[in-house]
Design a protein around this ligand. Structure first.
Ligand code: PGU
Length: 457
């Protein structure tokens, strides 16, 4: 027989999370338990653990699925053989399979075979080699800021964890607590920065009418941001729009940001994925570092090395002097230590091994370019397929936009229609991950888009 559990029916979750009807249910449950158990009082009672309403968590309201990762949850439940997941930004091969890069497999094998390696804790700031090489990757191997030791880099839990640590550091130590995010932006940005303790505001970025950049709106909004405000910038391959400023526009953005003493915080989740070149995709960041001003960059190795689940990333803060940089680093440690103590060793060891060896690095860049090129070819194939079907509308943005995503312009009703009728899964804002598409699945997607725009207004 199972021992009885002691149960407190008035949960502290009551007041903060439950609706009035939930609370009525809780009171009813309490009466029910008490009526059937002469030993029970209203405060502390014994009961079987089997009934759902016996739980101290009984009042918890079900949260909605994540708008991006929840698409995969729905996809996994669909038994259709033609189903297609274009929701999450994760690379797939022509066969629709996840890809582990050859160079990553080889390095992993070497790491496993090296018996001198151990699993000790690594420092709070992560692997020193990894940090140095990550800074060089984003800022350039000849970056004066790196050479002058004005950059502090700490290993992070992929892009998300690096953004979160950067956000929390700013909330604690920077004089301005407002961060401006582009509209639209990656759906997790507002949550990450709000929970880090910053206050989130928006700046105009995308113009639905042109399916391009709202450059005037962007300049206007950043011009009226209070001096010192933090500005989140997607380093390249803007998510979800696939719309990036030109280098000339970046230069104007830089001048405005510096003249108003705004603080740039770059999110670099797609270096190498936009153009296929790691250096070309880092140009906007390097433009800002070259003027000697300060900034933050969060890097992710999820996409460009295919290390999604390994959670490898880095946060760099470029400062005016090495003395400031080292004090900043000492405070970053105080942010990290109570959050997750120290980062994991495996993924960062893979990245460090690849970045430090010329041959492995070259091999990586070839595999990376192949991924970027396949995505670019998917854009052309989808565009051609829609033109061939005479699908109403101008679809040239599919080949103009860059990076992992196409922001199709399809509305949420059209997206639901495509999911219900064609088993095609994508985020409700009409974003499709081009990396999830293959030559074989392009006709199915083109048929679905054609049907959606002709049948669902
Ligand atoms: N920043 C941007 C702009 C991103 O698009 C993503 C991932 C991240 C940061 C975080 O990536 P890490 O995996 O933490 O390095 N966005 C993808 C992946 C799914 C998700 O939402 O996390 C996406 O589909 O938007």
């Amino acid at each position: 027989m199972r021992p009885p559990v002691i149960l407190k029916t008035t949960s502290f979750f009551d007041s903060s999370y439950s609706s009035p009807s939930d609370r009525r249910l809780s009171t009813l449950a309490n009466h029910f338990v008490c009526a059937h158990n002469p030993m029970a009082s209203h405060d502390s009672i014994s009961a079987s653990p089997t009934a759902a309403f016996d739980s101290v968590f009984a009042q918890i309201v079900r949260a909605p699925e994540d708008p991006i990762l929840g698409v995969t949850v729905a996809y996994n439940k669909d038994p259709s053989p033609v189903k297609l997941n274009l929701g999450v930004g994760a690379y797939r091969t022509e066969e629709g399979k996840p890809l582990v890069l050859n160079v990553v497999r080889r390095v992993e094998q070497q790491l496993v075979n090296d018996v001198s390696r151990n699993k000790e804790y690594i420092p709070i700031t992560g692997l020193a080699d990894f940090n140095k090489l990550s800074a060089k990757l984003i800022f350039g191997s000849d970056s004066p800021a790196v050479q002058e030791n004005r950059v502090t880099t700490v290993q992070g839990l992929s892009g998300t964890g690096s953004l979160r640590v950067g956000g929390e550091f700013l909330a604690k130590h920077y004089h301005q607590r407002t961060i401006y995010l582009p509209t639209p932006t990656w759906g997790n940005h507002p949550k990450v920065f709000t929970l880090a303790g910053l206050s989130v505001k928006a700046y105009r970025y995308y113009a639905p009418s042109t399916r391009g950049l709202d450059f005037e709106g962007l300049l206007e909004d950043l011009s009226s941001a209070p001096s010192g405000s933090i500005v989140l910038l997607h380093a390249c391959a803007h998510n979800p729009t696939g719309v990036d400023p030109t280098l000339e526009q970046w230069e104007q953005i830089r001048q405005l940001i510096r003249s108003k003493a705004l603080l740039p915080f770059f999110d670099s989740a797609y270096q190498g994925f936009a153009s296929g070149s790691l250096d070309a995709d880092a140009q906007p960041v390097r433009l800002f570092v070259a003027d000697g001003g300060e900034l933050l960059v969060a890097q992710s190795y999820a996409k460009n090395m295919g290390l999604y689940g390994e959670r490898v990333g880095a946060l760099s803060i470029v400062c005016k002097s090495s003395d400031v940089a080292s004090r900043v680093e000492s405070q970053l440690k105080l942010v990290i230590r109570p959050m997750y103590s120290s980062p994991p060793i495996h993924g960062a060891s893979i990245v460090a091994a690849i970045l430090k060896d010329g041959n492995l690095y070259n091999e990586w860049t070839i595999e990376l370019k192949a991924m970027a090129d396949r995505i670019i070819s998917m854009r052309q194939q989808l565009f051609d397929a829609l033109v061939a079907r005479g699908t109403p509308g101008d679809w040239s943005h599919i080949i103009r936009q860059i990076g992992m995503f196409t922001f199709t312009g399809l509305n949420s009703e059209q997206v639901s229609f495509m999911t219900n009728e064609y088993h095609i899964y994508m985020t409700s804002d009409g974003r499709i991950s081009m990396a999830g598409l293959s030559s074989k699945t392009v006709p199915h997607l083109a048929d679905a888009i054609h049907a959606a725009v002709t049948r669902v207004v």
